[in-house]
Design a binder for this molecule. Structure first.
Ligand SMILES: Nc1ncnc2c1ncn2[C@@H]1O[C@H](COP(=O)(O)OP(=O)(O)OP(=O)(O)O)[C@@H](O)[C@H]1O
Length: 296
């Protein structure tokens, strides 16, 4: 692998752009079958943008998040953070990206924390890979714990904390390295409404303060509604996107367009349609006359 990557250059304060080109990911099961989790994801996220990934179970949200976080490498396709292609980086560089530039909160707070350590010790552990000069650039531990409302709990052991406290600590650990990209898989599932709103509010506050690019996977409409952009995964691809409350379907590879979910049952696979350009920015999709009656 090239020695040219300067991971430090990825790490200027603020957010980083994320770009996926034709990303495919397969899992090999114990039985030797291949499961296609992602089948051609094209996606661009601007520096500092905040995006919620939505979609049915199994549509590939978590897989995409782990690829963006450099936890797994895609089977095919390319992923860029800024100008650097993480899908081609060797493990040595990738581990530095993970330690300093991208933080991933996995699903379930306990997977992100050391249960028998205190809040303070967890933050120290998350920062182990930072150099002494990098440590000077990141938020002071006391300020960080105060930001997430845990200043009184600094010396409390994680296993004695409530679910909301743990998730706030997991967030503090994730941002303690000053990442340019924060990825969070279902950070508010299994929390009370009050804790959910608190954690999501903190994620947005940190985005406001630090300019971090933020991607959150969620099944909760209340959480998705707080994000200016939503990306809905469908069958391992980006099916649709929401921008400022309006929903758009996304033209995929080879011009493929997913139907809006509420129409998919009415227009099943195999339905004949005619596509006519009405204007340069307007297409009309229609079934040939009589086709409606012909459908089951
Ligand atoms: N480790 C694995 N081994 C084999 N198949 C896997 C593995 N992880 C995920 N998959 C499969 O890949 C596909 C995408 O899974 P993924 O977890 O990314 O979807 P998801 O949209 O995050 O689902 P959920 O909302 O349930 O978390 C699914 O078919 C899933 O069964």
């Amino acid at each position: 692998m090239s020695e040219a990557y300067d991971v430090g250059e990825l790490g200027r304060p603020g957010g980083v752009a994320v770009r996926c080109q034709g990303v495919v990911h397969l899992y090999r099961t114990f039985e030797g079958h291949d499961v296609v989790a992602l089948q051609g994801v094209d996606l661009s996220i601007e520096p500092g943008e905040r995006v919620a990934f939505l979609g049915p179970s199994g549509s590939g949200k978590s897989t995409l998040l782990t690829l963006l976080g450099g936890i797994q490498k895609p089977s095919a396709g390319r992923i860029f953070l800024g100008d650097e292609e993480i899908s081609r980086m060797g493990e040595r560089f990738l581990s530095r990206v993970r330690a300093r530039r991208v933080s991933t909160m996995l699903q379930g707070s306990t997977r992100n924390l050391l249960p028998y350590a205190t809040a303070r010790q967890n933050i120290a552990f998350a920062r182990l890979a930072l150099s002494s000069s990098e440590r000077k650039e990141v938020l002071d531990e006391r300020d960080l714990l105060a930001k997430v409302g845990l200043e009184e709990t600094a010396d409390q052991v994680v296993s004695t904390m409530s679910g909301g406290q743990r998730q706030r600590l997991a967030l503090a650990c994730a941002v303690s390295t000053g990442p340019q990209l924060l990825l969070a898989d279902e950070p508010t599932s299994q929390l009370s409404h009050e804790d959910r709103d608190h954690v999501i509010g903190l994620i947005h506050d940190l985005g406001d303060d630090l300019g971090t690019t933020i991607v959150v996977v969620t099944h909760q409409p209340e959480v998705a509604a707080t994000f200016p952009r939503t990306v809905t995964m469908k069958g391992g691809r980006v099916g649709s996107e929401g921008r400022d409350g309006a929903e758009y379907v996304v033209i995929g590879a080879e011009g493929v367009v997913h139907l809006p979910t509420h129409l998919a049952a009415e227009w099943p696979p195999g339905t004949l349609v005619r596509i006519e350009p009405e204007q340069v920015d307007r297409l009309v999709v229609s079934r040939p006359r009589g086709e409606e009656e012909g459908l089951a």
